[in-house]
Design a protein around this ligand. Structure first.
Ligand code: ATP
Ligand code: MG
Length: 446
């Protein structure tokens, strides 16, 4: 993309309404615009990152054997009356009447809808195990929407639902989700720690939240510092293998890690030596639940087992806060000049800065790099504006592309361009061809 043809409405002033760094930077970098309280338009740059995150979530869910689909945002109240949650959900649910005076709602989550789909089409253990998921907008009429996309009213969530014949099989689905979430967050450049959580309105004893440590997090967290040394890395876990998924669960959840809702000071002291006890803030970027037959019993979702008897199917639900993740990633990865995107989610793979637009050699070198990068399947953002170098660098730093190639007449006389890492700030002079190869190499694993 050439910047002169793009829509990147960067703000010079720091917006006063934004209290936390990710919200400020998303507004300044022209990624989002508030449409009304807690509801945002996703401008092109923000939309691109949102799509990258969605793509990672899709790839990792499909890798785990989970099946993508799409359910609507608007739901009929009748299903929620069946489960008993229509009255329980309270004011967070946006209730709507259609022209026939029927009660509708904008879905805050989808347990009812998916259970209805399941009971209409599945009645035998032979069709299990089954995990369906979608990535869809949710609406929760939060009392205090704030921090930009972090606590919105309309937000994008991946929510998945497993259906299994019994508790053991459903717990394997739970473990599979835990593994797939660890992989997903790491690909986004994040460390998200699974912490024992509270069931809340969805209910259930088995639940973990995934938290990204950040000063601006809304949850207080307590953990054993050893947990931050754990990396999932590129290990190949067989998602069908119960012991392999179980081993990951044990490795990542055996140490003490809790949010304030489940924290137990006595257990913390008993289990964690003082030097390793940490208290910090965290952002919840996902949660997994096993809740058994809560919905299947209420809604009559039964399956016939191998012995011919019918029993309610065992279920769990599993969510990733796709739109919140943009804020969480920025909170975890920025400096005072702007965002620093991890390679896995960056909106463009690298920036090209032309120091002297209009100079024949510089223009030709930039065009050449742009074409060559594109031919390799990479997306560069070429700042081809007739601006001062300082202004171009400031824009690149703000929008946070991890790599920048700087091209100017003086370097070109020596046959070199400059490759700069946004994260370390280190620059290296090398030939345009070598710069190309380096960028291609960096992204080969992403
Ligand atoms: P919270 O405790 O932050 O209100 P929750 O526990 O109610 O979240 P879940 O039902 O677990 O949320 O939803 C799954 C994920 O969706 C959460 O882990 C979070 O990342 C994201 N999410 C929930 N509420 C919001 C919101 N208002 N804005 C943006 N993302 C959200
Ligand atoms: Mg939650």
């Amino acid at each position: 993309m050439r910047l002169t043809r793009y829509f990147l409405p960067v703000l010079k002033e720091t917006p006063s309404e934004a209290q936390i760094v990710s919200h400020r930077m998303m507004l300044r970098a022209g990624m989002i615009k508030q449409a009304s309280a807690g509801i945002y338009s996703w401008l092109p740059l923000g939309y691109k990152v949102l799509k990258r995150i969605e793509q990672i979530v899709h790839e990792e869910q499909i890798r785990a054997g989970h099946i993508p689909m799409l359910m609507p945002t608007l739901q009929s109240a009748d299903l929620w009356r069946e489960s008993g949650r229509y009255d329980d959900y309270g004011q967070e649910m946006l209730r709507i009447k259609d022209r026939h005076d029927r009660d509708m709602l904008y879905g805050p989550t989808n347990e009812e809808l998916i259970t209805d789909i399941f009971r209409s089409h599945v009645s035998s253990y032979k069709d299990l195990p089954l995990t369906l998921y979608h990535i869809q907008w949710k609406f929760r009429d939060e009392i205090r929407p704030r921090f930009g996309v972090m606590r919105g009213r309309e937000f994008l969530m991946k929510d998945g639902y497993n259906f299994d014949i019994d508790k053991d099989a459903a717990l394997h689905a739970y473990n599979r989700h835990l593994v797939s979430y660890l992989r997903s967050y790491e690909r986004m450049g994040l460390q998200a720690i699974p912490m024992r959580a509270d069931g809340g309105p969805i209910g259930g004893d088995y639940t973990h939240e995934f938290l990204v440590l950040a000063e601006t997090g809304e949850s207080e967290v307590f953990y054993d510092s050893e947990i931050t040394d754990l990396k999932f890395g590129d290990r190949a876990v067989d998602y069908d293998s119960v012991p392999e998924c179980q081993a990951v669960l044990e490795e990542f959840t055996s140490r003490y890690a809790r949010t304030d809702e489940t924290h137990d000071e006595a257990a913390f002291h008993a289990q964690v030596p003082e030097a390793r006890r940490r208290t910090a803030r965290g952002i919840e970027v996902g949660q997994i639940f096993y809740f058994g037959t809560k919905y299947s019993e209420a809604m009559g979702a039964n399956v016939v087992g191998p012995d011919g008897s019918r029993s309610p199917v065992h279920m769990g639900s599993h969510g990733i806060g796709v739109s919140r993740l943009l804020g969480a990633i920025i909170e975890a990865s920025h400096d005072d000049r702007g965002i620093i995107w991890p390679e896995g989610v960056t909106p463009f793979h690298c920036g090209i800065v032309n120091l002297k637009q209009g100079d024949v050699a510089a223009d030709a070198a930039c065009d050449g790099l742009y074409k060559a990068l594109t031919a390799k399947g990479l997306e560069p953002l070429y700042d081809d504006r007739a601006e001062r170098a300082g202004a171009k660098f400031a824009t690149m730093d703000l929008i946070g592309l991890p790599w920048r190639i700087t091209v100017g007449p003086r370097g070109l006389e020596k046959g070199v361009v400059e490759l700069t890492s946004r994260r370390s700030g280190e620059s290296e002079e090398l030939s345009p061809e070598a710069a190309l190869d380096r960028i291609a190499q960096i992204y080969a694993g992403h």
